[in-house]
Design a protein around this ligand. Sequence first.
Ligand code: BDR
Ligand code: CA
Length: 311
Amino acid sequence: ARKIIIDTDPGQDDAVAILLALASPEEIEVLGITAVAGNVPLPLTARNARIVCELARRRDVPVFAGCAAPLKRPLVTAEHVHGKTGLDGPVLPEPAMPLQDAHAVDFIVDTVRGLPEGEVTLCPLGPLTNVAMALRKAPDIAGRLREIVLMGGAYFEVGNITPAAEFNIYVDPEAAEIVFRSGVPLTAMPLDVTHKALVTRPRNEAFRALGTPVGVAVAEMTDFFERFDREKYGSAGAPLHDPCVTAFLIRPELFSGRHINVEIETQSDLTRGMTVADWWGVTDRAPNATFMGDVDADGFFALLTERLARL
Ligand code: BDR
Ligand code: CA
């Protein structure tokens, strides 16, 4: 199984991404979960990560709190999408499992240094603050990581927090720039992919029909997401962004994209956080990321439903 650290700001879709990973021990070993400020402030994302572990009956997964604010900017949150708690929808108990004492950034650095080179994959599902801090504090880990597979960015598809930018990159563009320039092999799931992974009514019903606490909770999470997104985008269902990352680790053939150059806009107020993706190869800038563009959505939801049934 591939060893991963999930860096996350749960978030209903983050929660589903974590559940998918925990349901797939043959392919994925979750070494730990690191919380970052994003959709909601850090105390809530650190709480929500533990709620999700407990929902999966996995109190053994260590959860660490990381950075409470972006590198250089005040935090921007997304309660308008995820609700006050970040995990609105299902009514789940407050977590009983403790947060680990160590800082998330130290956990990332120590874990990557402590395992053989090329073993650890980082899976960022929120703003890239913790990951950038780890790379800045310990530049040697860049050469030791197997890969970073993240949710973030947009190119043909326009932004979701501003007309130009996707939320995770927008919140901490300086951190994103560090990550995209780190030289670590990078795979990104931009909105172009995640806006094809839509929770339609029948897909939502399939979660509920599992009849398990996990199935019902995921149905309620995606119900909540749905109420907000349908009004906003008028699409066939809410996009399930972050689970694209963990699904890719299990069934990479569900996704397709291009290895291209991607630069992050950090200067302009108008386009801050934009992922400037050279999809057509019109510059001579070296490719630094595989940007996914398409997903087999039916295959993705079949995988997700089948795996959630195992919890
Ligand atoms: C990303 O932003 C968050 O709201 C979601 O959890 C996802 O990671 C989508 O832009
Ligand atoms: Ca997220």
